[in-house]
Design a protein around this ligand. Structure first.
Ligand code: HEC
Ligand code: HEC
Ligand code: HEC
Ligand code: HEC
Ligand code: HEC
Ligand code: HEC
Ligand code: HEC
Ligand code: HEC
Ligand code: HEC
Ligand code: HEC
Length: 314
């Protein structure tokens, strides 16, 4: 009975002791083992390198309170491997570290990616394997700068520039008179694209192109009383997502835009110049068409909810 009365006290003591251990655990970077792991590398590598290495200590990778963080684990070696040969002094050139992160380095891209995926598999990387960037041999490091305090990919203002460094076609398209506000920093490529892979076409964030557009242009999702078939089918039948010389990101101007599909008997199907019309004067019937864009009358090209909107005119 005496013992059992003392038990809670002992248990409390044990709890306090355990708590102290638990509290100190997140600070493992200060523990001798990690200090040593760090020092093995920082003996030779520091901020004087062309690519300052110690800035990584100010990134989410060095949040030692997070047990999943590299610096709560093996420090530099969590990514670069123990690299014992590399640290050894010997004859001839120095052996490379176990994992060197660069496209033209000794480590194959797949092995570089594996080092990152060891911690970042799943979630948004679910579709990485076999994605356009995986197949195109773009490593994680082709986009991410793990040592930088500001990873350019994670900021809307810097991401666009980093993507178009490789995608020059899109760089040119963004400079056209009509474009989504990417260069203004109000949007990023990743608003439409899932850079790590997706189940949709062209790395789009949603399973279809239209679904991707609806995430922002929800008012066009419909359903409408009077649908316009191509709008339901594919916005890119009329729009270029990255930029166009025509207003509203259009593929071409009306009437040519519409006449891709409507070579109507009802309305003339050529661009209206007046030539070919009787006497080349302007009969009142044709006048209403001359020099006019289809959208002047068919103003509801995306669909209409008006009871008599069958012609998409209202
Ligand atoms: C004894 C000095 C020394 C130690 C210790 C050392 N390195 Fe190096 N490391 C170098 C030198 C010198 C170079 C550049 C010359 C070269 O490529 O051989 C280098 C290059 C590198 C590179 C770039 C390789 C490339 O090809 O781009 C990485 C990455 C690297 N070291 C990581 C590490 C890591 C991680 C550690 C700790 C596990 C470490 N180093 C420990 C001397 C050292
Ligand atoms: C999260 C993974 C990760 C950790 C942890 C890490 N590195 Fe790196 N390291 C990289 C990547 C990725 C690169 C390629 C350049 C870049 O993206 O910043 C790199 C490049 C380097 C380079 C070559 C720099 C150059 O000039 O090209 C050196 C040297 C290096 N790391 C040393 C270290 C040292 C020392 C540590 C520990 C203080 C460390 N790394 C921790 C991922 C990591
Ligand atoms: C030892 C595990 C580990 C390894 C290896 C690792 N990471 Fe991380 N990484 C983390 C943790 C933990 C975080 C912080 C929590 C989070 O955002 O998931 C993180 C965060 C990130 C972030 C978000 C940073 C931010 O500012 O929000 C990026 C990007 C990233 N890692 C890329 C990489 C790349 C690229 C590599 C390979 C060069 C790599 N990681 C290797 C554990 C790791
Ligand atoms: C084509 C460029 C690109 C490549 C290649 C790439 N990423 Fe990313 N990554 C991004 C962008 C853009 C973001 C931020 C937008 C987002 O959340 O999708 C990001 C965000 C992240 C994040 C932080 C947000 C999150 O998803 O948790 C992590 C971690 C990450 N990437 C890891 C990786 C790893 C690991 C690889 C290699 C297997 C990789 N990335 C390859 C562009 C890329
Ligand atoms: C408003 C949404 C949107 C934004 C923002 C966007 N894209 Fe796209 N992107 C698309 C769509 C939709 C496609 C599908 C093909 C098409 O119609 O051009 C595509 C296709 C692509 C393709 C494949 C092109 C081809 O011909 O196969 C690349 C590469 C691309 N985008 C890169 C980028 C880059 C880089 C950025 C950022 C500068 C970006 N995209 C921003 C919607 C977008
Ligand atoms: C290091 C170069 C590089 C960077 C940076 C890069 N890409 Fe790519 N991207 C490629 C390569 C290589 C391919 C595959 C070959 C191709 O389709 O051009 C590709 C393909 C694509 C595709 C076409 C997918 C398909 O199925 O047709 C899209 C979309 C794309 N990238 C978007 C992006 C976005 C968004 C970013 C920035 C977050 C980005 N890329 C950054 C190199 C890069
Ligand atoms: C992440 C949100 C977002 C997504 C996704 C998106 N857009 Fe946009 N869109 C915008 C914004 C923001 C504007 C600019 C509105 C403004 O300037 O008032 C815009 C403008 C437009 C315009 C009018 C441009 C002009 O010059 O008047 C068109 C057309 C357009 N988007 C089509 C699309 C298509 C097609 C898709 C799918 C491929 C798409 N958008 C996906 C946000 C988005
Ligand atoms: C049949 C061709 C066509 C299709 C398909 C089409 N649009 Fe349009 N869109 C237009 C035309 C034409 C304009 C310009 C309207 C004007 O000038 O009055 C326009 C304008 C826009 C605008 C600018 C704002 C506005 O409403 O005027 C947005 C946003 C837009 N479209 C988004 C979309 C989205 C999202 C899709 C797919 C769901 C889509 N469009 C499909 C022809 C089309
Ligand atoms: C990609 C092909 C395509 C383009 C481009 C296109 N349309 Fe259509 N349009 C269709 C189809 C398909 C129908 C449905 C025809 C049917 O149901 O008989 C349709 C129906 C219509 C209708 C209603 C006709 C009816 O009898 O229901 C009008 C009005 C119309 N389009 C106007 C336009 C205008 C204006 C433009 C240019 C902004 C345009 N279309 C561009 C394919 C297209
Ligand atoms: C001056 C106004 C005006 C212009 C400009 C105009 N339309 Fe029409 N269109 C109409 C009217 C009015 C109808 C009948 C609408 C109704 O029945 O509600 C119509 C009907 C249609 C129909 C349905 C035809 C049918 O058989 O029912 C199509 C398709 C069409 N227009 C396409 C176009 C195209 C493509 C252009 C540009 C080349 C164009 N329209 C220019 C006024 C115009």
């Amino acid at each position: 009975m005496h013992a059992s009365r003392r038990f809670p006290f002992r248990a409390a003591l044990a709890l306090v002791a355990f708590g102290l251990v638990a509290l100190s655990a997140p600070a493992r970077a200060e523990s001798p083992a990690v200090e040593e792991a760090l020092a093995t590398c920082t003996r030779c590598h520091d901020e004087s390198e062309p690519h300052p290495v110690l800035s990584i200590l100010h990134t989410p990778h060095a949040v030692v309170a997070d047990p999943a963080s590299p610096f709560a684990q093996d420090g530099c070696a969590s990514c670069h491997g123990p690299s014992e040969q590399h640290q050894r002094r010997g004859r001839g050139p120095r052996a490379a570290p176990d994992v060197v992160f660069r496209a033209d380095g000794p480590t194959p891209i797949a092995a570089q990616n594996a080092a990152c995926l060891a911690c970042h598999q799943g979630d948004e990387r679910l579709h990485w394997q076999g994605s356009a960037h995986d197949l195109g041999e773009v490593g994680c490091v082709g986009c991410h700068d793990a040592h930088a305090i500001e990873d350019p990919m994670l900021d809307t203002h810097t991401q666009t520039e980093a993507c178009v460094a490789c995608h020059s076609t899109q760089r040119a398209e963004l400079l056209r008179p009509s474009s989504h506000p990417l260069l203004e920093g109000k949007m990023a490529c990743s608003d439409c694209h899932a850079p790590h892979g997706s189940s949709g076409p062209a790395l789009l964030t949603q399973p279809t192109l239209n679904e991707t557009c609806y995430t922002c242009h929800a008012e066009l999702r419909g359903p409408f009383l009077w649908e316009h078939a191509p709008v339901r089918e594919d916005c890119s039948l009329c729009h270029r997502p990255h930029g166009s010389v025509h207003p509203a990101l259009l593929l071409s101007r009306g009437p040519w835009l519409c006449q891709q599909c409507h070579d109507a008997q009802f309305h003339p199907s050529t661009a209206y110049s007046g030539t070919g019309l009787p006497g080349e004067t302007l009969p009142s019937g044709a006048q209403s068409l001359l020099g006019k864009n289809c959208m002047n009358c068919h103003s509801h090209v995306h669909g209409s909810n008006h009871p008599s909107g069958a012609g998409l005119t209202r």
